[in-house]
Design a protein around this ligand. Structure first.
Ligand SMILES: [Zn+2]
Length: 203
C-alpha cells in the first residue's frame, strides 16, 4: 500500500510498502478516498458541521477534570467510536489516541498530566482486531529513511500478537514512575466486527 508522508522538502512523498494493506477502505466509494469532495475539501465539510453543532450547543458548565476520573488510551482506528462503545458522555474521560494505542513516552506525558493535574485515577487501554500495526514491521522506518533520507526518531511499535501488546502497554503504565495511580489499569481488545471488548489478563 502507499503511505503519504511529509518529505524533507515539505512536499508529499509517496512511500510504497509491500505488505498487507493496513486498513481497508474497500467498502467505501472511490470518490470518498481523496481529500476533495464536490462541495469543497473534507475540512470545509467538518467546519460546516461544526457550525451546526455550535448552533445547538449549550455550555455544559464543566471544568476540565473528567467526571469519571478515567483516561482511555486507544488506537486511532476509524472503526472504534470510544464514546458510543463505552457509553461515555461529554466530559466523562480523557481520550488519548495514536496508531496502535501504544503507550509511548508522549502517552505517558498525557497520562501524567491527566492524573496529577486533572484528577484521573483509572486507565483503560484499548487495542483492536485488524490493527494496521499488525501488518507492518520496524522495516517501515528503514523504508522511510530510504525514501526521504532521514530515519524517524520514533519506533513504529509494530506488533504480532495483540494480546501481548496490550499486556506490554499495561506494564508500561504500571511501571512508569510518573503515575500517581496504577491500581486500576485494565487492557482490552475491541472486536471491530462485533463491537465487543475482550479483557486481557495482565499476567
Ligand atoms: Zn489500530
Amino acid at each position: 500500500m502507499t503511505f503519504f508522508v511529509p518529505s524533507h522538502s515539505g512536499l508529499v512523498a509517496a512511500v510504497t510498502i509491500t505488505v498487507i494493506a493496513m486498513t481497508t477502505s474497500a467498502s467505501r466509494p472511490a470518490e470518498s478516498e481523496g481529500a476533495i469532495t464536490v462541495d469543497g475539501t473534507v475540512t470545509d465539510r467538518l467546519v460546516e458541521a461544526n457550525q451546526r453543532y455550535a448552533a445547538a450547543f449549550a455550555d455544559p458548565g464543566m471544568d476540565a477534570r473528567p467526571v469519571l476520573r478515567v483516561a482511555v488510551v486507544a488506537c486511532m482506528d476509524a472503526r472504534l467510536d470510544l464514546h458510543d462503545a463505552l457509553g461515555l458522555e461529554l466530559g466523562d474521560c480523557h481520550t488519548i489516541r495514536n496508531a496502535g494505542g501504544v503507550v509511548t513516552d508522549d502517552v505517558i506525558r498525557s497520562l501524567t498530566i491527566s492524573q496529577r493535574a486533572l484528577g484521573t485515577r483509572s486507565v483503560v487501554l484499548i487495542h483492536h482486531t485488524g490493527c494496521g500495526l499488525e501488518s507492518i514491521t520496524e522495516e517501515f522506518r528503514h523504508e522511510l529513511e530510504m525514501e526521504v533520507g532521514q530515519r524517524p526518531a520514533w519506533a513504529v511499535e509494530a506488533f504480532r500478537d495483540v494480546d501481548q501488546d496490550v499486556r506490554q502497554s499495561m506494564q508500561r503504565v504500571r511501571t512508569s514512575p510518573f503515575m500517581l495511580h496504577t491500581e486500576d489499569v485494565r487492557g482490552f481488545v475491541f472486536d471491530v466486527t462485533t463491537g465487543l471488548l475482550r479483557e486481557i489478563d495482565p499476567a
